[in-house]
Design a protein around this ligand. Structure first.
Ligand SMILES: Nc1ncnc2c1ncn2[C@@H]1O[C@H](COP(=O)(O)OP(=O)(O)O)[C@@H](O)[C@H]1O
Ligand SMILES: [Mg+2]
Ligand SMILES: [Zn+2]
Length: 450
């Protein structure tokens, strides 16, 4: 049974209406609404008559046995590896390296598991050329070049892999639907059929989706609730570094990041990521902080440039921290250090543009600003950790122990931290000089006294 229905779907946010509007009522974007005919029948439907409710004591709680993606960084972002039967959405801008990382991973997984790579964008020959450049040597990886959903589903059923990859969701289509590939209804429809197939057959499925400039997965922003895990692959076109970041994960934390470098022969994991976001020189306007990214501490430089302004409203810009945090830190400095900053422009950038969400970077930002303003380098070989409260106090930071350990590992000599609750000091005797402070004023006096 199949009934045709016409609806109007915003290609930007995925909201549906029954009539055409020039502007989406939900997200306000112009000319984003397209009429789509959808077929209501789901082709992949297995009605199981044996499904019944069960008491808890009859349900086995077998631990999920994950398998490795072949990359430790990727595994960590996934929450410890790939979960059988799970659906992962890997998003990123075109050209960032999604096909590359997934092909490398598929090659490694196929040494132990049955893997099927479905290429809907590139021909078998194109994938083969990449494969050779990446120097992969598994002979068991299966590749299928197809864009038609029915044929893809049939192939997955017949191969019955442990792991299947769709590259990409925007390139495949359900031929029973009249809307074009990449449209919201196609993306939704294809994903939900693939999802059912994966769940019923315990196949781990990785779906690649292109992301538009504004950060939304084109159309499939609406996919995020459907899948188990959403991972973004990020980077800029200037540096060769690439970051995997989990933004939703039913099987792990969403704070993990994985760091890679894009080389001619493919993506290489960065084992010592702190080194790429810091610079050892001691110059004015630069401090190092240690943030927490999931289970891992990461040292990142914070650079400030403070200049007398020529504008009636001073300029404030940031890269890597939020502009609101900067405004708040400037207000705290004005009030509690007693320095008027309204005549100064202030620019902040983190090392490598790394996005810091950990509020304990506040102190580093404040000291960088004051260091640039005074044109005096902060204390040599130092790292700053602490969130600034509005009353100028330095609030405690999560995972301080791991952060101090990272500083020790990097050979940092001094670390300026909030008052310690436990006797952390004893553990680090002789390894690093720990200075506990309770407010910004103390941190300033300590940093610029010598
Ligand atoms: N011959 C090559 N040598 C080195 N790097 C390459 C080469 N070809 C492609 N790349 C890198 O791979 C990137 C494209 O990766 P790809 O996995 O196809 O991206 P996506 O699938 O996300 O669109 C390019 O931007 C470039 O950085
Ligand atoms: Mg690709
Ligand atoms: Zn909309």
């Amino acid at each position: 049974m199949s009934s045709k229905l016409s609806t109007f779907i915003c290609q930007n946010c995925g909201s549906e209406t029954s009539q055409y509007f020039g502007r989406c009522l939900n997200c306000n974007s112009w000319n984003s609404i397209v009429e789509e005919i959808k077929s209501k029948r789901s082709r992949y439907q297995e009605i199981k008559n044996n499904k019944k409710s069960k008491p808890f004591n009859e349900i086995s709680s077998k631990k999920i046995s994950r398998f490795t993606s072949g990359f430790r960084e990727f595994d960590r972002v996934l929450g410890g590896g790939i979960v059988p039967g799970s659906v992962v959405l890997l998003g990123g801008e075109p050209g960032i390296g999604k096909s590359t990382i997934v092909l490398q991973s598929a090659g490694k997984i196929s040494l132990n598991e049955k893997v099927l790579y479905i290429t809907a964008e590139e021909s078998l020959e194109q994938v083969k050329i990449r494969w050779e450049r990446l120097n992969q040597n598994s002979i068991d990886l299966k590749i299928f070049a197809e864009t038609n959903l029915s044929l893809i589903i049939e192939e997955i059923k017949s191969v019955n892999p442990s792991f299947a990859i769709i590259d990409s969701i925007q390139a495949i289509h359900n031929h029973e639907m009249q809307s074009s590939p990449g449209s919201v209804s196609q993306v939704r429809e294809c994903s939900s059929e693939l999802q059912n197939l994966a769940k019923d057959n315990n196949i781990a499925l990785l779906i690649i989706g292109h992301v538009t400039k504004d950060g939304a997965l084109a159309g499939p922003k609406t996919l995020e609730h459907l899948v188990d895990t959403v991972i973004n692959f990020e980077g800029d076109n200037i540096s060769s570094h690439r970051l995997l970041r989990s933004i939703k994960n039913r099987f792990g934390s969403t704070f993990e990041i994985g760091i890679f470098e894009m080389l001619e022969e493919g993506l290489r994991e960065i084992k010592n990521p702190s080194s790429i976001f810091t610079n050892k020189e001691n110059i004015s306007g630069v401090t190092t902080t240690i943030t927490n990214e999931g289970t891992r501490p990461l040292a990142v430089d914070i650079q400030a440039l403070v200049n007398k302004t020529f504008y009636s409203n001073p300029r404030r810009t940031t890269t890597g921290i939020s502009i609101n945090r900067l405004h708040q830190i400037l207000a705290v400095i004005e009030k509690h250090v007693g320095i008027k900053l309204s005549e100064f422009d202030c620019y902040i950038a983190t090392g490598g543009g790394f996005e810091i969400n950990d509020p304990s970077s506040d102190l580093g930002v404040a000291i960088s600003i004051l260091s640039s303003l005074k044109n005096i380098p902060p204390l040599a070989s130092s790292s700053y950790i602490g969130e600034l409260g509005l009353s100028g106090q330095v609030r405690k930071s999560n995972n301080l122990r791991t952060k101090i350990e990272e500083a020790v590992r990097l050979g940092i000599k001094n670390i300026i931290v909030p008052k310690l609750e436990e006797e952390l000091n004893i553990n680090f005797q002789n390894l690093i000089n720990i200075k506990e402070i309770s407010n910004i004023k103390e941190a300033v006096n300590y940093s610029f006294s010598k």
